[in-house]
Design a protein around this ligand. Structure first.
Ligand code: TMP
Length: 275
């Protein structure tokens, strides 16, 4: 796999476009390093259009969620039963929805979420072999059955993804290595899980082939614009209005600046950036 390709097994993003219709848009895709980059780029691109967008992640995303994440991902967490792991994933998600995602959506923000319930189905349902049923039932009961409007599945080579994720953990001296320590058979089941989900959820999940950071970014931008004409139309009007705003500093442009978008980002409780 070339250096520039994205070993992403899963990214999950949630976007809600409340500009006109209040339609929800959620964007999601499978794991690995590179997904954080893509998420940040999408957030910047949307912020640059003056859209109110936040980026968050699971597990984590809320202060309590970050504590749950530490338990779940720490390679020193030994003996955690598969059912307990599943329950903690949903404890994290329930808190995340109540504390952050749903209030953000209600106030009209676009929410990009790195991983969501598809990850639980792929990792715990398929990887741990607990099955899809228990995951989907918990999602219905604990997460108000809130699903993304769009899920992006970033495809990658499993072996290369594991290698890069392990290297990344070593390089940043991260203790978040519990899942990366699993064997290849586990990750093959996870991969199959994502593919099964994509086959089932044809209206929501879009698969993206591996490529350079640039080409994946462009593919994501295209899909978002195609799926959300409201977002695409914001881009068009911003471009059309910019020349007229030239004589005076334009608030819309400043709102869309990188500094502006940074202000809107949700801090991740001091955790090292992962992808
Ligand atoms: P990440 O920071 O690379 O996304 O790491 C999160 C890890 O948690 C990753 O190994 C996948 C795992 N995970 C699950 O097993 N189930 C889930 O529901 C979620 C959200 C993540």
């Amino acid at each position: 796999m070339p250096e520039t390709s994205l070993p992403i097994w899963e990214i999950h993003s949630q976007i809600i476009d409340s500009l006109r219709s209040g339609n929800r848009l959620i964007l999601s895709a499978p794991t690995g390093s590179g997904k954080t980059t893509q998420l940040a780029r999408l957030q910047d691109a949307l912020s640059a259009r003056g859209l109110d967008v936040i980026a968050t992640r699971e597990p984590g995303g809320s202060p309590i969620g970050e504590r749950i994440r530490a338990i779940l991902l720490d390679s020193r967490t030994s003996g955690l039963s598969y059912s307990a792991e599943l329950a903690l994933m949903f404890a994290d998600r329930a808190q995340h929805l109540d504390e952050l995602i749903e209030p953000a959506l209600r106030s009209g923000k676009i929410v990009l979420c790195d991983r969501y319930t598809d990850s639980t189905e792929a990792y715990q349902g398929f990887g741990r072999e607990l099955g899809s049923g228990v995951v989907l039932n918990l999602h219905r009961d604990l997460c108000h059955d809130l699903w993304p409007d769009l899920t992006l599945l970033l495809e990658s080579d499993v072996k290369a993804s594991i290698r890069r994720a392990r290297n990344r953990n070593e390089n940043v001296d991260s203790s978040e290595g519990r899942f990366e320590a699993e064997n290849e058979a586990f990750f093959r089941r996870v991969e199959r899980g994502f593919h099964e989900i994509a086959k089932r959820e044809t209206g929501r999940v879009v698969r993206i082939s591996p490529g350079s950071i640039q080409s994946v970014q462009q593919a994501i931008a295209k899909i978002v614009d195609r799926r959300f004409p409201q977002i695409a139309s914001v881009k068009a009007s911003t471009v059309a209005l910019t020349p007229r705003a030239k004589p005076q500093p334009d608030r819309r442009v400043r709102r869309g600046s990188r500094a502006g978008s940074r202000r809107q980002k949700i801090p991740r409780a001091g955790q090292p950036a992962r992808s």
